[in-house]
Design a protein around this ligand. Structure first.
Ligand code: NAD
Length: 353
C-alpha cells in the first residue's frame, strides 16, 4: 500500500503523527505499508510558493491513497487567492478526480452528552453523507460578476449531466449495501430542473439495487429532519452544494468535530482521507488536539482503498475502547473523565489495538 502522507499545517502535523503511529503498529502485524511524505497548503507555499507543488502532485498521483492532516491558518489568509492553502486542497481534489466525498457521522454512546441535541435523539447515531464533489454550482459555467444595464449581476450555474449523477449514486448504493441498505436522495426537484434530473437518474439506478430501499427528500426538509430525527437516515446522497451544508450540519449532531473522519474517492477507489476539521491554529503546537478523526480516517483508508475491512474495524474498535476507558482530549472532555493530550491518546489507541 503506497500512501502519500500530507501533514499540512497547524495541528495537521500533530494528528498525522498519531495516525501514522497507529498504521505502523498494524505494520508490525503484517499490514504492508509504504509511506511517503510531501507538503500541501501553507507549508508548501512557504517552501515553494505553491500550495500544491509539483513534487506533491507526483507523489499523490503515484500513491494508492493520500492521508491528509489539515491546511490553512491566519498567516496565509493575506496572500492572493491562487496562493492560499485552500487552493491546494481544491487543486489536489480536482487533480485526483475525487468526485465522491463520504462523511460518516457517528455518535459514540460515551459522547452522547457532547451533542447539542437530547441524548435520546442522537445516541447511537450512525449515518453516512455521500456528497458529489466535483460538479454542481461550484464549478458550473457561466459564472462571475458582470455589469448589465449599468447594474452588477452575480451569476452561477447549477449543472449536472446524467453520468455524473449515476456515478455518485452508485457510490451511495454500494455503501448502503454494506450498511443499513437505505439510501435517501436529497434534491430540490420542486424548483430546480437540475435536481429533477438528479431524482430521475436515482430512480433509474435503483432498479440495479433491488436490495436497497431508495427514498427522496427535498433539501429544506432534510435540513430539518437531520435535527428532528437524525436516526431515520442510513446513507444520504446529494449534490455538491446541498452536501456541503448538510454534511456540516450532520457532523455537528455529534458535537465533536475532533471525532469525524472523511474520505474522498475517485472511480477506482483511490482516495484522500482526512479529518473533517481544519488546522485549528488556536491550539496548534500545544499537544492537545484530538487525533481520533485522523486515526479514524486512516481506518476508512484501509476499508475503501485497500479493502482491508478487518484492519479498519480493529482501529475503530480500539477507538471505542479508549472512549469506554474514559480517556478524552479537551474538545470532548467532561466531568469524571481523564483528560489526555494528543500523544497520550495515540498511545492509548495503539495499546487498545
Ligand atoms: P477548525 O476546524 O480548524 O477549528 C474550529 C474549532 O474546533 C477550533 O476551536 C479548534 O480548536 C477546534 N478543533 C478543530 N479540530 C480539533 C481537534 N482535532 N481537536 C480539538 N479541537 C479541534 O476551523 P476554523 O478555525 O474555521 O479554521 C482554521 C483554519 O483551518 C482556516 O485556515 C481554515 O481555512 C482551515 N480549514 C481547513 C480545512 C481542511 O484542511 N480540510 C477544513 C476547514 C478549515
Amino acid at each position: 500500500m503506497k500512501i502519500c502522507v500530507l501533514p499540512g499545517d497547524g495541528i495537521g502535523v500533530e494528528i498525522i503523527a498519531e495516525a501514522v503511529r497507529v498504521l505502523e503498529a498494524l505494520r508490525s502485524d503484517g499490514v504492508k505499508l509504504e509511506l511517503e511524505y510531501a507538503q500541501l497548503g501553507g507549508c508548501a507555499v512557504d517552501a515553494t510558493g505553491s500550495p500544491y507543488p509539483e513534487a506533491t502532485q507526483k507523489l499523490a498521483r503515484a500513491a494508492d491513497a493520500v492521508l491528509l492532516g489539515a491546511v490553512g491558518g491566519p498567516k496565509w489568509d493575506v496572500l492572493p487567492r491562487p496562493q492560499r492553502p485552500e487552493r491546494g486542497l481544491l487543486g489536489i481534489r480536482k487533480d485526483l478526480n475525487l468526485f465522491a466525498n463520504l462523511r460518516p457521522a457517528i455518535l459514540y454512546p460515551e459522547l452522547a452528552n457532547a451533542s447539542s441535541l437530547k441524548p435520546e435523539v442522537v445516541s447511537g447515531l450512525d449515518i453516512l453523507i455521500v456528497r458529489e464533489l466535483t460538479g454542481d454550482i461550484y464549478f458550473g459555467e457561466p459564472r462571475g460578476i458582470t455589469i448589465e444595464d449599468g447594474k452588477r449581476v452575480g451569476r452561477n450555474t447549477m449543472i449536472y449531466n446524467e453520468d455524473e449523477i449515476r456515478r455518485i449514486g452508485r457510490v451511495a448504493f454500494e455503501a448502503a449495501r454494506k450498511r443499513g441498505k437505505k439510501v435517501c436522495s436529497v434534491d430540490k426537484m420542486n424548483v430546480l430542473e437540475t435536481t429533477q434530473l438528479w431524482r430521475d437518474v436515482m430512480i433509474e439506478l435503483s432498479a440495479e439495487y433491488p436490495d436497497v430501499t431508495l427514498s427522496h427528500m427535498l433539501v429544506d426538509n432534510a435540513a430539518m429532519q437531520l435535527v428532528r430525527a437524525p436516526k431515520q437516515f442510513d446513507v444520504v446522497v446529494t449534490g455538491n452544494i446541498f452536501g456541503d451544508i448538510l454534511s456540516d450540519e450532520a457532523s455537528m449532531l455529534t458535537g465533536s468535530i475532533g471525532m469525524l473522519p472523511s474520505a474522498s474517492l475517485d472511480e477506482n477507489n483511490k482516495g484522500m482521507y482526512e479529518p473533517s476539521h481544519g488546522s485549528a491554529p488556536d491550539i496548534a503546537g500545544k499537544g492537545i488536539a484530538n487525533p481520533l478523526a485522523t486515526i479514524l480516517s486512516a481506518a476508512m483508508m484501509l476499508r475503501y482503498s485497500f479493502n482491508n475491512e478487518a484492519a479498519a474495524v480493529r482501529i475503530e474498535n480500539a477507538v471505542k475502547k479508549v472512549l469506554a476507558q474514559g480517556l478524552r482530549t479537551g474538545d470532548i472532555w467532561e466531568d469524571g473523565c481523564k483528560r489526555v493530550g494528543t500523544r497520550e491518546m495515540g498511545d492509548a489507541v495503539i495499546a487498545a489495538l
